[in-house]
Unconditional design. Structure first.
Length: 453
């Protein structure tokens, strides 16, 4: 059995921002003492939405008052809202006095909004989690929408995190399932990090890897407990999500926690995708992306890349101008049409760099393939774990067809400067083959089929 508390203490010792992480059953009463110890002589601004206020915010507010902490509250009353930077400005406007510390009581949206507001006010902040739904609690990035574009703004992670596992277990089951999918997404993301590491574009940070990946399989090993709402299983999930964020702090990058699978979610966010009139959760969107990248890995691992014709691949490698034009065409009707052009310009490598990258893959393929097999779960295994946990098992579960997923894939390869598996396929001249095996006849997402298979 892994000692998660010891792992957390080791991680906190390396974290750049987060210094306190407390979780357990019935621990909300610790809020005032944690606040006074870490933010002496400060006033608390309890920030919540109407749901998280009922779940924990009102109790936290009362505990703070009873504990001698001067505090005020700010509650978003709308039924549904997302992490738009304009809401962060509203929080910031309430922080006009000196020494006001935001206390985010909520999950992804509330935390990201407070994180950005605290960063702009140049103060630390505290978060009290209400759902094990995302890994962003302890990350140093605030994922918000600015002028219609989903961006990750580098901020400071919370100084203090408090989570009551009874509160977490009381959250809607789909929120917990979303958190499970978000944590499981690190499985294929780790595989893509291995590829980027061999390419030399984003070397693996050993400390960040140890914090998260050494115990990641254990932290997602109980989908039955997640589905049943077991506080112990959900506490382990939340610890995993928090360690994911701390790994990002240590790496000073979101690389430990995301790659291609998250870009499917970004596309859906930026295009305002809804299903049955509702925005779909980050975790559910990422979950579908995770299944897709697992399917890509299934097909990649069947290939023998020791047979790559590097010379031919280099000869066929397009110019930067050709790649920029391809990006313009693909993104021409996208809400941010310049995004692909901007990102491929950052990501583009010249022919000799591509030669070096592919030569490394070719010469090291047997070893890399074995490492990837140990890291990445098969599509079937991940899909079954998602089924048990209550996470999506098919794109249609979030209102996306398989044909649309195929369409999104070309965007995913272009929409961020970070090297992903699809970039390897492009460089190795097997992109169409790889994508065809996943979306073609008999593939995991056979576009000629739909719904549950």
């Amino acid at each position: 059995m892994i000692d998660f508390n010891a792992r957390i203490e080791d991680a906190l010792a390396l974290a750049s921002d987060t210094k306190v992480f407390k979780f357990g059953e019935n621990v909300l009463h610790l809020a005032p003492e944690l606040f006074k110890t870490n933010f002496p002589d400060c006033k608390a601004l309890i920030v919540a939405d109407k749901n998280t206020w009922r779940a924990a915010g009102e109790r936290v507010f009362n505990f703070m008052k009873e504990g001698g902490v001067e505090c005020d509250s700010f509650i978003f009353e709308m039924d549904e809202f997302h992490a738009d930077a304009v809401y962060s400005e509203e929080i910031l406007q309430r922080m006009t006095e000196k020494n006001i510390i935001p206390v985010a009581v909520g999950s992804g949206v509330i935390n990201d909004l407070c994180k950005l507001a605290a960063f702009k006010a140049e103060v630390p902040y505290m978060v009290i989690a209400t759902a094990a739904s995302v890994d962003g609690y302890s990350s140093s990035g605030s994922a918000v929408t600015v002028d219609g574009a989903k961006v990750n703004i580098e901020c400071h992670a919370p100084k203090v995190i408090l989570a009551d596992t009874i509160v977490l277990a009381s959250a809607p089951k789909e929120m917990t399932a979303a958190g499970y999918a978000d944590l499981a997404a690190k499985i294929p993301a780790g595989g893509e990090w291995m590829i980027a590491d061999l390419f030399g574009t984003e070397p693996i940070n050993d400390d960040a890897w140890k914090i998260l990946y050494e115990i990641l399989p254990e932290m997602i090993s109980d989908p039955e407990g997640i589905a049943s709402g077991d506080p112990g299983a959900i506490g382990v999930l939340f610890a995993g999500l928090t360690l994911s964020g701390i790994a990002m702090q240590v790496a000073h990058s979101s690389r430990p926690a995301s790659c291609a699978e998250h870009l499917y979610s970004h596309w859906l966010d930026m295009t305002g995708h809804t299903f049955r009139g509702k925005l779909q959760s980050h975790g559910f969107q990422v979950g579908v992306g995770t299944l897709t990248t697992c399917a890509f890995f299934d097909e990649l691992l069947k290939m023998d890349l020791t047979q790559l014709d590097v010379d031919r691949c280099v000869d066929e490698w397009p110019s930067l101008e050709d790649e920029q034009e391809r990006a313009r065409l693909i993104f021409k009707d996208f809400p941010i049409p310049e995004l692909g052009y901007t990102e491929i310009t950052k990501k583009y490598n010249d022919k000799e760099t591509v030669r070096t990258q592919l030569t490394k893959i070719k010469n090291n393929w047997p070893e890399l393939r074995e490492r990837l097999r140990k890291q990445v779960y098969s599509f079937d295994k991940m899909r079954e774990m998602f089924r048990i946990a209550g996470a999506p098992t098919d794109p249609e579960d979030i209102g996306v067809t398989r044909s649309q997923m195929r369409y999104l894939t070309d965007f995913v390869q272009l929409m961020r400067w970070r090297i992903n598996m699809l970039d390897l396929a492009k460089r190795g001249c097997f992109y169409d083959e790889l994508v065809g095996k996943v979306f073609g006849e008999g593939g995991a997402w056979d576009v000629n089929k739909c719904g549950k298979q």
